[in-house]
Design a protein around this ligand. Structure first.
Ligand code: NAD
Length: 422
């Protein structure tokens, strides 16, 4: 059955927005995919709801809500030129499940969800399309909260906010008007800070000390997160080797970091370093690359680093400690999560919603990394499996979250004076 949003022509909207409601929002229609149909997907995991939406201009979007035991399903909006609808559904199923695990491990009272639009973000994106996407988000009545992801940015969230309140990741200027500008802004430096704490935790686990000074870290990708991570590591006197496919990113890294070794993209795997930090893209830990690794720890920001689940075991066989990606890279979602808590007044865990406490929450990622690694050791599991079990314990029971902002554990105090570039 196809539905259309009924609440067109809202009175309190500015004139242009009201026109867009007539033109854009009312044209959005949706239907939920059946369990019978979804069962044909390997990535289907008994998701709560998958909504197919026909947007302005005939573009198709899918919104997936994987699990809401812990709260509304928060996860970004991806826009990509998927070759087929099946590819888009596969991606939204996989990514929304990942968000349930990430949010649970980050100690957030949030479930897991994700949205995808089929289309080339450079060519097919318009403001009206995003307003229409906002109507699609609104149709779920707060069960799903959207944010940025690849192919969408802050300005898209602004357009989406014209048709729904269930959006986060808005620019600080807009939030400043509402009185909490300090909670908005680019989450990438916050993600980098969480990763930095995760690297310290991994060093603590592997070497018995979280002091990174004098260590060698090889960073793949010096974009928004990778470069910021390098800046934090540089303050510790870490030796850095980096690679990127983009010359401009490399030039910026050289300018900011000064002393840094640059290698070709295919050489970064073979660098003899303490830590290899993937900060570029997913699937880079695979049959081809793992045998070449010369590091002792893999810990970085990229999502879905393991191409297949068994690659966790391959790393263990080479005595390489793998830090589960969704545990270490949760800084960004904690950042946008706090913004949403403040904006929506949804705060079941009674968090202190200030920027300072949000940063403290991000710093507790070090403790989550240790928790996963210790659990893995005690239960004879690989770290990825251990993190999955811990996350499942949290979201399946709906319990196990702290009722105040988690504190950074006292043993991770050495990097306390680091400058977080914003
Ligand atoms: P970005 O696009 O700003 O940076 C990625 C960098 O990697 C770019 O400079 C790009 O040129 C480079 N790159 C791409 N392919 C490469 C290759 N084959 N070899 C070397 N370099 C390559 O992205 P980002 O925001 O820094 O995110 C990096 C990763 O972290 C992504 O996987 C992203 O999903 C993940 N992540 C980011 C955040 C965040 O807050 N930005 C949060 C969680 C996870």
């Amino acid at each position: 059955m196809i539905f259309c949003l009924a609440s067109c022509g809202q009175d309190d909207l500015p004139a242009t927005t009201a026109q867009n409601y007539e033109k854009v929002v009312c044209l959005m229609s949706y239907e939920d995919l059946t369990e019978e149909y979804l069962s044909s997907y390997e990535a289907y995991d008994g998701h709560e709801q998958i909504r197919k939406c026909e947007l302005e201009g005939g573009r198709t979007a899918f919104i997936a809500v994987h699990n809401t035991n812990l709260g509304p399903a928060l996860g970004g909006l991806r826009m990509r030129a998927y070759a087929t609808e099946r590819d888009a559904v596969h991606d939204v199923l996989r990514l929304s499940k990942g968000m349930t695990y990430k949010n649970a491990m980050a100690g957030l009272p949030l479930g897991g969800g994700k949205a995808v639009i089929i289309g080339n973000p450079r060519e097919d994106k318009t403001e009206d399309l995003m307003i229409s996407m906002g109507a699609a988000v609104e149709s779920l009545d707060g069960k799903y909260v959207t944010a940025e992801d690849s192919g969408s940015g802050e300005e898209d969230m602004v357009a989406i906010s014209e048709s729904t309140d269930h959006v986060t990741g808005l620019p600080p200027e807009i939030l400043a008007g509402k009185g909490f500008g300090e909670l908005g802004g680019n989450p990438s430096p916050v993600t980098a800070l969480g990763c930095y704490r995760g690297l310290q935790a991994a060093a603590q686990f592997k070497y018995g000390s979280d002091d990174l000074s004098g260590m060698h870290v090889a960073v793949q990708g010096v974009g928004a997160v990778g470069l910021e991570l390098c800046n934090l590591l540089k303050q510790d006197g870490v030796k850095l080797t980096v690679a990127d496919i983009d010359d401009l990113s490399l030039k910026q890294a050289k300018d900011e970091l000064g002393k840094v070794e640059i290698v070709r993209p295919d050489e970064i795997y073979e660098v003899e370093a303490n830590i290899f930090a993937p900060c570029a893209m997913g699937g880079i830990l695979n049959d081809k690359t793992i045998p070449n690794l010369r590091c002792e720890i893999v810990a970085g920001a990229a999502n879905n680093q393991l191409q297949k689940e068994y690659h966790d075991q391959m790393l263990a066989d080479q005595n390489i400690l793998y830090v589960p990606d969704y545990v270490i890279n949760a800084g960004g979602v904690i950042c946008v999560g706090y913004e949403y808590f403040r904006k929506s007044a949804y705060n079941p865990m009674d968090f202190d919603i200030t920027r300072e406490r949000m940063i403290a929450h991000v710093e507790s990622i070090g403790r989550n990394v240790i928790e996963s690694l210790v659990y893995a050791r005690e239960h004879h599991l690989n770290p990825g499996e251990a993190a999955d079990r811990l996350a499942e314990e949290k979201f399946l029971s709906g319990e196990g979250l702290e009722t105040s902002t988690p504190e950074e554990p006292p043993s991770f105090g050495t990097g306390g004076g680091k400058t977080l570039v914003q």
